[in-house]
Write a protein that binds this ligand. Structure first.
Ligand code: CA
Length: 226
């Protein structure tokens, strides 16, 4: 199912988009606040992000700028702009956004743009990919590639990496990892998580310049570029 994030603070506009797109078979996530919208875009993988320009706390142009600063960010971004705001359009496209629609727009026009943008994306990357810096996970083909080299992971290592990558830039506790990767709702009193994170480090980070898996003392782990 194609997943779309809509960041739009005008509730009637958002609601009609949510209704129409859900009926058209898309899975829609909506966020009215700019900063929260950016957060959602960091936390989950979407096939398309629709950004209004004027938003509370962080505007759409700023959000697009931040997203496109991430290495490997390839999610198409569609801007919604108000009539007569040519500067917004230019500035928006300059940040790396793919397309824009001027409000008020026709719903059929929106659907056409969405089809074009999501098609272009799947032609480029072919589906279910997670990326961080030069590390890429293909969830369908079960492949992990770093700097062009394929890394051989066990099934458990793959699940652990997938969980960390899906939550990149977020600190994940050992308990979260046990629950989501091992399906354990209790602490087995072992250091199984640390052991597996070490296995992963040896394969994913050890011989590369930039470390992606970080330990946050007393908190857990985070995958990020720094
Ligand atoms: Ca707005």
């Amino acid at each position: 199912m194609i997943k779309i994030l809509i960041v739009e603070d005008e509730i009637p506009v958002a609601e009609s988009m949510i209704r129409g797109l859900t009926e058209a078979g898309y899975q829609v996530t909506h966020e009215p606040d700019g900063l929260m919208g950016l957060q959602k875009a960091y936390e989950a993988t979407f096939d398309l992000i629709i950004l209004d320009v004027i938003l509370p706390r962080m505007n759409g142009i700023e959000i697009s700028k931040k997203l496109h600063q991430m290495d490997g960010f390839e999610t198409p971004v569609l801007f919604l702009t108000a009539l007569g705001s040519a500067d917004d359009i230019v500035e928006g496209l300059d940040t790396g956004a793919d397309d824009y629609l001027v409000k008020p727009f026709n719903f059929k026009e929106l659907l056409a743009r969405i089809r074009a943008l999501t098609r272009r994306k799947s032609a480029n990357v072919g589906g279910n990919m997670l990326r961080l810096a030069d590390l890429m996970m293909d969830l369908d083909a079960k492949k992990v590639i770093r700097a062009g080299e394929e890394l051989k992971l066990t099934a458990r290592e793959f699940s652990l990496l997938e969980f960390l990558m899906k939550n990149k830039n977020r600190v994940i506790s050992r308990n979260d990892i046990l629950e989501k990767v091992w399906d354990m709702n209790f602490d087995p009193g072992t250091n199984v998580v640390d052991v597996y994170v070490n296995y992963l480090r040896n394969k994913v980070d050890k011989k590369f310049d930039k470390r992606l898996i970080h330990t946050i003392v007393g908190m857990g782990y985070v995958m990020r570029e720094d």
